[in-house]
Design a protein around this ligand. Structure first.
Ligand SMILES: *Cc1c(COP(=O)(O)O)cnc(C)c1O
Length: 399
C-alpha cells in the first residue's frame, strides 16, 4: 500500500536537486533557485496524472481539507455531512472552519450510505464529504444526485484512495473539490503533504492564496503581493514536493502491483465459507491498496482475528471497529468536546449529541469488517503463501 516501501534513488535525486540550490521554499528566490521548482512541477504532474484542471499542494492532507473548505466558503453556521468511519482529520478540518460535522451511517461501500445522507440534510447542510476509505470509493452517482437536488457542495476526501477511479474519472476530481494526503503511509508520499484538486479556477485561486497567508501571487516579488483575504501557512516545502515528484512517477507501478496482489489474495479468501467483500461501486476503479472483507457476525470476526493472531499472521490487518483513529466508537475526545479552545455553540451541541446517537447500521458493518493492507514489496510467491495460510487458519477457526 504505501509508497515509502519504494523509496530509493529517484527520490534521492529529486531531493538532491533542491539541496544543490539550498532554496527549500516553494515561492520566490527566482535567481538562486536556478530553475528548480519542485512544487510547481508536482502540481503540473498531478493535473496531468489525475485529469484535474488545478492542483494546490499543501503541508498535509488535513491542511488540504481545511483549505478546500475555506475556498468553498464553508464556515460558522454550516453543516458538513461525513461518515462515521473515516480518519480523525475529516472532522478536524470541519471543526477548524467553525462548521459542524454531521456524522452519519456508512453502508457496505465502507463510506456514506446515500439514504443516511438524505435523512441528515437540513437547511444548514452546505457540503457532503464522502471519504473514499481504504483504496476504494463511495457511491458517487447517488451522492451527486443528492448534492444537485439540494444545491450542496460535494467535497471528496480521497486521501486514502490515490489512483482509484469511478466511471473513468479519478477519485478526488469528481466533486467541486477533492483532496489527497501524501503523509508517510499513503499510496504516494512526500513524507508530509497533501493536495486540493478542483476544476473550478475560482476555487483554485482561493486555495493558492489561502495556503500562503492570503498572498495573491500576482506581484513581481512576494513583497509586492496583495492580500485579498485572510489566509494561513499551509505551504509544502520544496524538499517534500521533491519526494512526491519521484513518487508520482511510480504510481502506475504501485497500482499494478496492488491490483495483482489484491486479486491473488482475494482468490484464496473467496474460498473461506461465509466471507464476503466490501461493495465497490466501480470494481475496475478500485486502487486495491486494501482488501476489505466481512464475516457473518462480530463473534465470527473476533474468533477469526484471534486465530490469525495466534498463527502470527494478523500484522498488516486492521479491525477498524476497535481502532482509536478511524471509527466513531472510540472518538471520546470528540464526543466529550475535549477542545483546547472554545468551540462555538452549534459545534458543542452537535458533538455532545454524538454521545447519545447510535450508529447501529455502521456498527453492524464495522464489527464484521477486516481490511488487509496490500504490500508493494511482497513477492508473488509470498502473496500465494499468505493467501493459503489465511485460507487454512480462517477455515479452521470458523468451522
Ligand atoms: C491520511 C488522511 C487524511 C489527512 O492526512 P494527513 O495525515 O493530514 O496528511 C485525511 N483523511 C483521510 C481519510 C486520511 O486517511
Amino acid at each position: 500500500m504505501p509508497g515509502f516501501e519504494f523509496f530509493g534513488e529517484e527520490e534521492r535525486k529529486e531531493v538532491n536537486d533542491v539541496l544543490e540550490t539550498g532554496i527549500l521554499m516553494r515561492y520566490g528566490f527566482d535567481g538562486p533557485r536556478k530553475g528548480i521548482w519542485k512544487s510547481k512541477e508536482l502540481e503540473a504532474a498531478i493535473c496531468k496524472t489525475f485529469g484535474t484542471g488545478y492542483a494546490q499542494l499543501t503541508s498535509s492532507g488535513t491542511a488540504a481539507l481545511t483549505t478546500a473548505m475555506a475556498a468553498l466558503g464553508i464556515g460558522v453556521g454550516d453543516e458538513v455531512i461525513m461518515p462515521a468511519f473515516t480518519f480523525v482529520a475529516s472532522f478536524e478540518a470541519v471543526l477548524s472552519m467553525g462548521a459542524v460535522p454531521v456524522l452519519v451511517d456508512i453502508d457496505e461501500t465502507l463510506t456514506l450510505d446515500p439514504k443516511a445522507v438524505k435523512a441528515a440534510i437540513t437547511p444548514k447542510t452546505k457540503c457532503i464529504m464522502p471519504v473514499h476509505m481504504c483504496g476504494s470509493m463511495a457511491d458517487l452517482d447517488a451522492l451527486k444526485t443528492i448534492c444537485d437536488e439540494h444545491q450542496i457542495i460535494l467535497l471528496e476526501d480521497a486521501c486514502q484512495s490515490i489512483g482509484g477511479t469511478y466511471k473513468g474519472k479519478h477519485l478526488g476530481t469528481i466533486g467541486h473539490a477533492g483532496t489527497f494526503s501524501f503523509d508517510f503511509v499513503k499510496t504516494i508520499t512526500c513524507g508530509e503533504g497533501g493536495v486540493v484538486m478542483t476544476n473550478d479556477q475560482n476555487v483554485y485561486t482561493k486555495c493558492d492564496a489561502f495556503t500562503d497567508h492570503g498572498h495573491d501571487h500576482l506581484g513581481v516579488d512576494r513583497g509586492a503581493d496583495l492580500h485579498p483575504f485572510l489566509g494561513y501557512n499551509f505551504r509544502i516545502s520544496e524538499l517534500h514536493a521533491a519526494v512526491g515528484l519521484a513518487q508520482i512517477r511510480k504510481l502506475n507501478t504501485f497500482l499494478a502491483i496492488q491490483r495483482k496482489h489484491n486479486q491473488i489474495l482475494r482468490s484464496y479468501m473467496e474460498q473461506v465459507p461465509g466471507i464476503s467483500f466490501r461493495v465497490v461501486p466501480d470494481p475496475s476503479g478500485d486502487s486495491a491498496s486494501f482488501l476489505s472483507w466481512f464475516l457473518p457476525s462480530q463473534a465470527h470476526t473476533e474468533k477469526a482475528i484471534e486465530a490469525l493472531k495466534a498463527a502470527g499472521i494478523f500484522a498488516g490487518n486492521f479491525y477498524w471497529f476497535a481502532n482509536n483513529w478511524h471509527y466513531i466508537k472510540k472518538w471520546d475526545h470528540l464526543k466529550n468536546v475535549q477542545s483546547l479552545y472554545a468551540l462555538n455553540d452549534a459545534q458543542q451541541n452537535a458533538l455532545k449529541k454524538l454521545q447519545t446517537i447510535e450508529f447501529k447500521a455502521s456498527d453492524s458493518i464495522m464489527s464484521r469488517c477486516v481490511s488487509t493492507a496490500i504490500s508493494l514489496v511482497w513477492t508473488e510467491e509470498q502473496v500465494h503463501a499468505k493467501g493459503a495460510q489465511f485460507l487454512k487458519v480462517l477455515k479452521e477457526a470458523l468451522s
